[in-house]
Write a protein that binds this ligand. Structure first.
Ligand code: ADP
Ligand code: ZN
Length: 514
């Protein structure tokens, strides 16, 4: 594809003069006929990566999208820009469907949106040669490691078999390493090029506060922020209503939003929010998907989210215009316990539980929160961010090199095949079955950390995980494994600092209340 044509279409159909980082590279790879996996944060600009090729390629581009409710909006938006797009789903009349099929057969359409459930239907009238590109949006839904697994997505692997010469582009805003691998595997695109955009949203400040007197804290926070749009995320429908009612009673205009409201009411609230006639929404996570509002100035998590993917997606709704925006998370043990109950009842319990653990570790962190968050998405940063509560008000640190060396070399000796509990037992020279049964008392690192308490080891190791030296293999019984960064400490003489004698007072106090 010629550059001139590419930039011309970018301007003509989308009104942009330049591409965002990665967009151009991805689009080039699509035109080369490669399979691609795109991991880009919400608001990063994923859509153009398949819409622009879709417009320029000779035949139709199939877009698989999980949210029937959003399909119409997306397609309407494209049509306004003069792009021949349509959608097919089970909510349409047969006449409408026939009309779309007819236009596909006449090759009049450029982009066809379908829900995974409707694929069989599409299969009847599309052939390999007729499809230029297959785009799979929200691709993490295919993976049970992901946080939003949808059974209908599992059948998408068949697309590559059915349309072997058609390139596939899978896109998602949320994928840890395990999910990424799973996406390639399940979609049968083992050689896909993987593009990972930076997840760093520097304009979002990060803060975690103990979840005591939350309402008072929110009132104080909103006091200085009149005329700013913000979202308060709550765990339950009832929470959203309670918080909204209390805010209103205190003279702060707020509205509750959750899936229990009628469609009409939800639309109205969204409209009011987008048009700035309603500034504050207390919502469940149902709110925000597909809302394109660039000037949300703050996001508060009244309750702790289930996992870091969800958290990141939700705070990511703030500050899409790039201006400074604030995020605040309330950490409460009552929430953790509640979430543990949910996780225990989930189908993939172990995965949910492990993800919740990471969420908890983030909340209890003593090192730059952004580093932790980004390392979770596989982005390792050397510098602290300067825009999180820890960076602004840092805890006291000590030289933790020796401690780190002990822990990391012990993980190395355990061959990355044990969870944190066994690691600490070995470091502390425990004599239980998990240690002796496997002969770990023979390891050179056995008992090298006797002088450090169990609890302190736990906190140090969590710091090493959060700093990116160690990772938890969720798909392998939560075994601890070294990352490439661990080499710096083990072999290259690098030093590191760890927060010392961690003051857990505030959290403990709250724990006793929960
Ligand atoms: P995502 O799907 O990754 O959440 P979108 O594709 O919806 O992101 O894009 C997010 C916003 O960024 C949209 O408002 C879009 O118009 C805008 N955008 C995307 N690409 C560009 C670009 N190259 N230049 C300017 N704005 C862009
Ligand atoms: Zn920071």
């Amino acid at each position: 594809m010629e550059e001139k044509q590419l930039f011309g279409a970018l301007k003509e159909y989308f009104g942009f003069d330049s591409f965002r980082p990665l967009q151009k590279k991805i689009i080039d790879a699509v035109f080369q006929g490669k399979d691609n996996v795109v991991i880009m944060p919400t608001g990063g600009g994923k859509s153009i990566c398949y819409q622009l090729p879709g417009i320029l390629l000779p035949n139709i581009t199939l877009v698989i999208s999980p949210l029937i409710a959003l399909m119409k909006d997306q397609v309407d938006g494209l049509k306004v820009n003069g792009i021949a797009a349509a959608y097919l789903n089970s909510s349409q009349s047969e006449t409408d469907q026939q009309e779309i099929i007819a236009s596909v057969e006449k090759n009049e359409l450029k982009l066809l949106y379908v829900a995974p459930e409707s694929l069989q239907f599409v299969d009847r009238f599309l052939t390999d040669g007729k499809v230029s590109l297959i785009a799979i949006d929200e691709a993490h839904c295919i993976s049970s490691w992901g946080h939003d697994f949808r059974p209908a997505y599992t059948q998408l692997g068949y697309l590559k078999k059915r349309f072997p010469s058609t390139p596939v582009i899978a896109l998602t805003a949320t994928a840890d390493k395990a999910t990424r691998k799973d996406i390639c595997q399940q979609l049968n695109i083992p050689n896909a090029k993987i593009h990972v955009a930076s997840f760093d949203r520097k304009n979002l400040s990060l803060e975690v506060r103990p979840g005591t007197k939350r309402l008072e804290q929110i009132l104080q926070f909103t006091e200085g922020r009149k005329n700013e749009s913000g979202i308060i995320y709550c765990l339950s429908r009832k929470n959203t209503e309670d918080v909204a009612a209390k805010l209103n009673a205190n003279g702060i205009k707020a509205e509750a939003y959750h899936a229990g409201l009628s469609h009409v009411e939800r639309s109205r609230i969204q409209e009011d929010f987008i048009n700035d006639t309603q500034q504050i929404i207390c919502a469940t996570i149902a709110f925000g998907m597909g809302i394109d509002k660039s000037n949300i100035r703050w996001v508060i998590h009244y309750n702790m989210p289930k996992n870091l993917e969800g958290y990141y997606q939700e705070i990511g709704r703030a500050g899409r215009d790039g201006l400074p925006s604030e995020t605040m998370l309330f950490h409460s043990y009552a929430d953790v316990i509640q979430l543990q109950k949910f996780a225990a009842n989930a189908k993939n319990e172990a995965v949910q539980m492990a993800k919740l653990d990471r969420m908890k570790q983030y909340s209890e962190a003593l090192t730059c929160r952004r580093k932790i968050l980004l390392s979770y998405f596989g982005e390792l940063k050397k510098e602290d961010c300067g825009n999180c509560d820890i960076c602004r008000n840092p805890p006291q640190f000590m030289d933790g090199t020796l401690i780190a060396q002990k822990a990391l070399s012990c993980i190395y000796r355990l061959k990355g095949k044990e969870p944190i509990t066994v690691l600490i037992d070995v470091l502390r020279g425990a004599q239980n079955e998990a240690v002796i049964g496997k002969g770990y008392q023979e390891l050179s690192t056995y008992g090298v950390g006797k002088e450090i308490s169990w609890r302190d080891w736990q906190l140090y190791i969590i710091q090493l995980i959060n700093l990116g030296y160690v990772e938890i293999a969720f798909h392998l019984h939560n075994h601890l494994q070294l990352t490439p960064m661990a080499k710096d400490i083990l072999f290259n003489g690098a030093k590191l600092e760890l927060a010392k004698n961690l003051d857990q007072k505030e959290i403990k106090e709250e724990q006793s209340k929960a």
